[in-house]
Design a protein around this ligand. Structure first.
Ligand code: ADP
Ligand code: MG
Length: 323
C-alpha cells in the first residue's frame, strides 16, 4: 500500500478544531492559539518489546501512544489541543493501521484532540507522539513546588498495569488478566484531575516509570524529602485478588510503573479543597504521606515502623540498577 493511502487512514479520523488552521496534508500544520495561553509541549515514544509486548492489539498501541502523552499534559495541568504522530511500521498491513488509528482516535475524540500531522516510515514497530496543550500563564503544575508539610496524594490506584504484566510474564494468558490488563493496554490519562488541581497542587507528576522513581523526581526538583505510608497505597480489588501476598503487591505498587496516575502535593490547609475539586471530576485520590525537610524518602508501615526502600524503584532505560 502507498504511504498516502496509509496517511489517509489517519486523516479520515483526525478530528477538527477551530484553532487548527491547517491539519494533515501540507508540509506542516498551522495552529492559532488563544492570546492568553501558553503552549505546553511533550513527546513520548512507544517501542515494541520495550513499552509494550509483541502481539498486543494494534488498537491498544494506538490508544496508549496518545495516552502516555496526554498523561504528561495532565501532570502539567494543561488542556490538550493537538497531536502529531510519527509511526514506524515493519509492513504496510492496512488492518493493523486501521486498528491503530481507531484506538488513537477513540482517545483523541474523548478529549477533543485533533491529529494535525505526522510521519510514516518503515522499520521496527514504534510510535512517537507529540502533543500540544494550553495553560494560562503561571497556572502550569510543575515538579518543583513541593513544600515541607504538604500532603502527598495519588489519584486512582497503583500497581494494576504492572500486575497485568507480571501475570502475563508468569504465563497467565493476557485475556485472563481482566481489568488489570485494561489498565496496561488502555490507561486513562487524568486530564480532568490535572485541570482541577491548578491553583491547589504545589507539585505534580504522572506516574509512568514507577511511583517511588517518579516521586523521587518531585523530591529532587523541589529540594525536599517525603514520608510515605506504604500500607495506604491505593489498591484495586482486582490487584488485591490477583496478588494476595501484600509484599508482592506492594512491590508492584511502589516500582511497577505504567500507572498514569497523578502524584501531587498540596498544602494541608487545602485538603478539603483538593477533595472537592477531584470529586467534581469523579477522580478518587488518596493521601499517602507528607513532604518533609531535607532530601530523604522514608517508608513506614501502618504501625509507623520503618520499611526499607526497595533496591528497584522503577523502570530505567539506561543503566542497570533501580532509578
Ligand atoms: P513531508 O514529506 O512533507 O514530511 P509526508 O509525505 O511525510 O510529508 O506527509 C504528508 C502529510 O501527512 C503531512 O501533512 C504529514 O504531517 C501527514 N502525516 C504523515 N504521516 C502521518 C501520520 N502517521 N499521522 C498523521 N499525519 C501524518
Ligand atoms: Mg515526512
Amino acid at each position: 500500500m502507498a504511504e498516502f493511502s496509509l496517511i489517509d487512514r489517519f486523516r479520515q479520523r483526525a478530528g477538527a478544531r477551530p484553532d487548527v488552521v491547517l491539519g494533515i496534508g501540507d508540509d506542516a500544520a498551522l495552529l492559532a492559539p488563544p492570546k492568553d495561553r501558553q503552549l505546553v509541549l511533550a513527546v513520548d515514544t512507544l517501542v515494541e518489546g520495550v513499552h509494550f509486548p509483541k502481539g498486543i492489539p494494534a488498537s491498544a498501541i494506538g490508544w496508549k501512544a496518545l495516552a502516555v502523552n496526554l498523561s504528561d499534559l495532565a501532570a502539567m495541568g494543561a488542556e490538550p489541543v493537538v497531536a502529531l504522530l510519527a509511526l514506524t511500521l515493519p509492513t504496510d498491513a492496512p488492518a493493523f493501521v486501521d486498528e491503530f488509528a481507531a484506538g488513537f482516535a477513540a482517545l483523541a475524540d474523548t478529549h477533543r484532540v485533533a491529529l494535525v500531522g505526522g510521519d510514516t516510515t518503515r522499520g521496527p514497530l514504534a510510535a512517537s507522539v507529540t502533543v500540544v496543550g494550553y495553560v494560562a500563564p503561571g497556572q502550569a503544575l510543575t515538579r518543583s513546588g513541593a513544600q515541607p508539610g504538604d500532603d502527598l496524594w495519588i489519584t486512582g490506584t497503583l500497581g494494576d498495569a504492572a500486575g497485568a504484566l507480571a501475570l502475563w510474564r508468569s504465563g497467565v494468558p493476557m485475556l485472563r488478566t481482566g481489568s488489570l490488563r485494561e489498565r496496561l493496554d488502555r490507561p486513562a490519562p487524568r486530564l480532568g484531575a490535572g485541570l482541577a488541581l491548578r491553583g491547589l497542587a504545589t507539585a505534580c507528576i504522572d506516574v509512568s516509570d514507577g511511583f517511588l522513581a517518579d516521586l523521587g523526581h518531585v523530591l529532587a526538583m523541589s529540594g525536599v524529602g517525603a514520608d510515605v505510608e506504604v500500607d495506604v497505597l491505593p489498591t484495586s480489588a482486582a490487584l488485591a485478588e490477583a496478588f494476595p501476598d501484600p509484599l508482592v503487591r506492594r512491590a508492584l505498587q511502589m516500582a511497577g510503573g505504567d500507572d498514569y496516575e497523578l502524584c501531587f502535593t498540596a498544602p494541608e490547609r487545602q485538603r478539603e479543597a483538593v477533595r472537592a475539586a477531584l470529586d467534581a471530576v469523579a477522580t478518587p485520590a488518596t493521601r499517602v504521606g507528607r513532604i518533609t525537610e531535607g532530601a530523604s524518602l522514608r517508608l513506614f508501615d501502618a504501625d509507623g515502623l520503618p520499611v526499607p526502600l526497595p533496591a528497584r524503584r522503577g523502570y530505567v532505560h539506561f543503566g542497570g540498577e533501580g532509578a
